[in-house]
Each structure stands twice: as structure tokens, then as C-alpha cells.
Design a protein around this ligand. Sequence first.
Ligand code: ZN
Ligand code: ZN
Length: 399
Amino acid sequence: MIGFKTQIAARQSAWIALRRDLHQHPELGFDLPRTAGIVADRLRALGLEVQTGVGRSGVIGLLEGTADGPTVLVRADMDALPIQEENAAPYASQTPGVMHACGHDGHTTIALAVAELLSERRPQMAGRVKFVFQPAEEIGRGAQAMIEDGALLNPAPDVCLGLHLWNEMPVGIVALVDGPMMAAAGDITIKVRGRGGHGALPHETRDPIVAACQIVTALQTIVSRDVRPTDVAVVSITEFKAGDSFNVIPETAQLRGTIRAFRPEVIELLGQRARTIAQGVASALGCQADIHVEQLTLPVVNDASVNARLRPLFQQVVPAAQIIGDVKTMAAEDMSYFLNAVPGTFFFVGSANPERGLDYPHHHPRFDFDEAALLLAIELLAEATASYVLPDPSPTPMV
Ligand SMILES: [Zn+2]
Ligand SMILES: [Zn+2]
């Protein structure tokens, strides 16, 4: 362990101010001019070699050591969500309908703080750290866009590290999970085409609403009857759009939803069965179903050997922290694309504080986290990264 506590204590108010500034000015998807601009300016000011516009709006900062060694990729996401913030905090969003409701303002701040801490140790550094700030995590597109644009080349990383502030756990709990941790996600759209007509003359129509209702019900059998009981999966229909009049049977009905699973074979099965069921049910009722299935993210799978290295380190850094290994969620993250290409880990840092009302779930209009978690996350990520590129100053015992 290097020991960053003094530097963190000295700068905590500046980092909290940065997080609050980002929180006040959230930006969406690939369209992050202000956020990416701040990130690039700060990385340049620290003396890093900076690339902008990677994967449309991603930013990469390369911190080169003075001797050769491994390349560590540190990943943060920068985008917010199309949600109207309902918090009354002085740093609440100033942009109507847009809010940092997932904590990515925190992640951006954490990675910038780690860049600052490590850039001061450059003379002792053997290897390099590639700080990757990605856009469009919430739509599952940013990581792929950056990778397609060369984010994993020149230099190619040996290990990748990332974290999520996690309001499902209180501050003080850290989850380092071996293997699959977050689900692969897919998006399904089903368009049911029938024959419209008068609501009072159903026999002259082929009603797409009735067919779509039966499809929604039949899709529920995929998890209960098609997926092996020892596997986990989700099929949720979350959109149903049809008709706009009380006496007209419409021509079409549209369904949309999400499929989730940990194993690629299972997500594949969910898509295939959804297609067969939608087409079969629609056809039995005289309609036609067009189904489009799109895979959005891979499952997040952590490398057990990277975790084995970090677990004792984290415990040493924060002796009071409770480090757990049994957290899994069907939520998805496109960090999975980095972890699919490079061994590494994505860990959760508990960020809820129920006593202060800071325990709303991610994507809720009142989401906010305890900033104590921000400082803890900075320390953990800085130590984890340093463990690959800086010599451990703890004295070696004399023999
Ligand atoms: Zn999110
Ligand atoms: Zn997130």
C-alpha cells in the first residue's frame, strides 16, 4: 500500500466541489461537451498526454512512468440520465429533465482524483496508466465506441480497473466479486401487425392488441419453462403502445422490453424463444409479428486473480471496510466490453447513508450518494492502480 490518506484529506473539499459542479451540469449519451472538456483540461494540466473525441466524445489521458512496466487501464463513465431531478440540494441539476442519477459525476471525479494522485508519483512509476473516460454508458454504447476507435491499442492495457458507487449498499461495504457480477442485457422490440377496423365489428379485424397481450403473457414462460432452473434470467416487457381511440381497433401494436442473463448462451436462448413465441402466437391469432433483438452489453465478468490481489490490499487500506464477494445484479454495465478484452475487475463501493436519506436507488429522481464514499473510492482505486505501477514503500524485513 502506498498511503494516499494525507493528500486525499488535503484535497477532499476540492474534489467534492468538482463532483457537485458536474452534478449541476449533467449531459447525456455521446453529447458531453462540457464534461469531456473539463476532463481533458484537468488531465492536460496534470501533464498527461490527452486524446479527445475517442468513440465520438470519450477522453483518454496517458500517464507515462519513468521506467517500463505494466499498462493499467482505469475506466470511468461521464454520462447522466434523462430524469428530472427531485432533490433540493444546492448542487441539484440546473438542466431541466437531465440528472446524474447513477453517480457517474462521482466516477468522473474519482478517476480525475486518481490521475492527480498518481501523476505526483510519476518519477517512481514503472509502467503507465491509461485513464479512459467514456460517454454513453447508460445506453450501453460508449465502451464499444471507444474500443472500436482504438482505446485498447497503443498501448494495450494488461489489466483494467473500474468501479461503481453503489447505493444498494451502505458506505463502508465494498464488493469484489469473482466471475459474473452484472448481467448481459438485450433490447427486444416486437411489432404486431393485424387488420384494423371498427371496435364494434371485431370479426372484421385481426386485433393486434389481443395478440400482443397474449404475447406478453406467453413470454413469461421463457424464464419458467425454457431456462435451466439453475441459470438466472429476466424477460420484462416495459412498453406497450397501441391505438389512440375508444372505438377503433388499430392496425399495429408495439411491445418493447429487456432481456437479461449472466451467460451468453442464456441471453441467446431468450432472444430465440421470444422470436418463436411472438411469431407463433401472432400467427395463431391471424396477425404477424416482426421482432428485433439487439444485444446491448456483455455480462460483467471479473478476473478472480485480480480480485485476489486487491482484496488484502483493500482491507489494509481501510481496515474498517467490510469486503464482500456475493453481490450480483441483473443491472448491466458496458464496462463488460473492457473486461471482455482485458482481465480486470469492476468493484462496487457502497454509497448509501439511510440516516441522511441518501439511499434512493440508482435512476431514481431523488438519487444521491454519501460523498464519504467518493473519498473512499478515490483511495481504493488509487491504491489498486498504484499496486501495479509503483513500488510498495513498506519496509522489507531484514534477513
Ligand atoms: Zn445507470
Ligand atoms: Zn451507472
